[in-house]
Design a protein around this ligand. Sequence first.
Ligand SMILES: Cc1ncc(COP(=O)(O)O)c(C=O)c1O
Length: 369
Amino acid sequence: MKRPPFTPTIAALPKLVPFVGPETMARSRGRPFRARLGANESSFGPSPRAVEAMRAAADQNWKYSDPENYELRTAIAAFHNVAIEHVVVGEGIDGLLGLTCMLFLSPGEGAVTTEGAYPTFNFHVQAHGGRLLMVPMRELREDLPALRDAAAGTGARMLYVSNPNSPMGTHWDAAHLNAFIASLPDGVMLLLDEAYCDTAPPGTVPAIDAGNPQVIRYRTFSKAYGLAGARIGYAIAARDVIEAFDKVRNHYGINRVGQIGALAALQDQEYLRHAVGSIDAARNRISAIARDCGLVPLQSAASFVAIDCGGDGNFAKRVLDELLARDVFARKPVVSNLDRFIRVSCGVDADIDIFAAELPKALETARRG
Ligand SMILES: Cc1ncc(COP(=O)(O)O)c(C=O)c1O
């Protein structure tokens, strides 16, 4: 018996475990974490109205979801003041990024991104046989002019920007982004990942121009809306781009309970404001805890704080390992110009209390080497 070969693209890829999740880590450690502050989820949770809607939907889960996501798309379209034909719903931004590669990237073609930026885009590019072109961050921000020049100079098909970005939480304001969008070279699609836009300061998010043929805006219910497990995201783009998503998307891929929960969450903007306030308070608290320990937190527009541990990458790794050993799940960037940071997600006070208690001990042990 002989199986067919993998496609050349897949055969050429190294064995890959993209994300080691906290569940995997807990299994290998033999015990759970006490504070889950590593995956940029929101432990403040979703709107109680969303919870109630999902509870009520549970026993109807024998039904497939509406493959057109009609009610959710209608609500999203109204929320952003665009026509429903400009909206596609997907399995989180992650799923939509993969579909976007299917639409625009043939094997061998280029996709520009920032070194150390959100890696899921990279996995999708590689799985589609694309060529990744990396631009380093500049002063801990995505370097918009250099990203544009890289796209222009290489004929790349796609350019990925997250604003605010992960893993640093830094951002550009709308004026800079609009100038950047206006300067895009022809033939490139800007994938603007706005996963963290809800927690960004006013003036960060450019007005949506759904007719712009070169921009796709990505949003998610995973972050401030507190529904990471529901796996619901959406994209807003020109009509022909949204129509093309219908050629490749998994029409029954959206889970029904998540679809209903996301709709209820969107309709409860008062709760969203409350959650954003809680995230902001946690951000301030994490920053204060870092400062109390002599570390330097970055000003963050996202739902996490990147903390400069004040040494090199090895030292930050030791700090992170000590936190993990003390049952605090956090993460750190790995690329060389960002690896002196650890990244701590905002969360409920009980979790931040544990972080506050454990960070000084983790640092002390890390400093002893
Ligand atoms: C920049 C960025 N984009 C997208 C995602 C994932 O979004 P989703 O849960 O909608 O797939 C994350 C999650 O950490 C992220 O940091």
